[in-house]
Design a protein around this ligand. Sequence first.
Ligand code: HGY
Ligand code: MN
Ligand code: MN
Length: 407
Amino acid sequence: MVEIDGPRLLRSLRELRTFGATGSGVVRPTFSDVDMTARRWLVAQMSEAGLEASIDGIGNVIGRSPNPGPAVVLGSHSDTQPEGGWLDGAMGVMYGIEVARSLLADPATAQLAVDVAAWADEEGTYASALGSHSFVGELTDASLAATNADGESVASALNRVGLAGVDPICLEPDRHVAYLEAHIEQGPHLEASGNRIGVVTGIVGISGATVRFRGEQNHAGTTPMSMRKDAAASLFEFGVRFRSRFAAVAGPASVWTIGNLGVHPGAESIVAGEAWCRVQYRDASVQVMDRFADTLTALVAELDDEGPCRVTVETGDRGMVPVTMDPAIVAVLGSAAERRVPGAWVEMPSGAGHDANTFAPHLPTGMLFIPSIGGVSHDFAEDSHDDDIVLGCCVFADAVEAYLTSL
Ligand code: HGY
Ligand code: MN
Ligand code: MN
């Protein structure tokens, strides 16, 4: 079993939390000042752990082992949601550093190659899983043109933070043999079942779209109801039909959400001339995701035909495809969990998307979960118990060692 330094892991997680600390949570959006400060801090942490570390041209922090391959890549993201928790992404990054450091420090394992990464923009402030897509060679012009809520493009942001012209660091097929990511579950199942470790078997796909409603702005008092082209009313009608139509084609674990919306000009005495909403849907099955996409397109066309407002849909962000974890990595994670906490672990799907979605089509990929208190995430209240955080890192380290020595 690998000896990791639990207190050191917890200290470093608590220090990372300070970059963007907001109440009990963290606000550290991609390419913000606190995000870049955190990335520079991570370079120092990775260097101290014995890795050759740098921030690459898309903002990924990459720590490369001094050892020749075969190497595993351990990582997660260091950016957060607009109201994020202190562990979402951050925990997987610090696990990677702690595992790399602990293996290098032990003569019995010092020859094992563990590269570590803190990916840029998994949360999609600009484009979801931007950094991991760059690492696997899937960066597109559309990625660089993607904008944040303020309309700043990735290309402009890279220029602003001083990364324009810096080369991206990419996957090395003759070095990298697997990708492993540790993460909080972000859901209720481990805590509810009393399990301390989750071994992920598959990860849902995620797709999103913007639906726009265009009517006629007018006076809320003098415009008769029969003459209105009320974009807000059209949005609400869409919302009602969206819920029922998606429910009719959903799978047993499907989810669908309208998490953001707006009306213009947004005054109570004005009939809204414009409205929009962001739709997101997830499922582990490509067929169900395709059914959702077709249902959305048909609903938009139906409302546009009915009038009185025009209704259009824009898909945009490439989202995430549903992926299956590598059976050999599932097995090595399960064995490591069984040794540490016999019977207190479970194989499970992931309802959250991760950078592991990006890697699975390119490398054998696996994920480990620890319980989230109350199942809460993407909220300042996100938290996990210290002993679960430390245990998760012990299991993760054992699995990494076992996988590398089995090659
Ligand atoms: O939304 C997700 O599943 C991920 O946390 N970005
Ligand atoms: Mn997240
Ligand atoms: Mn995450």
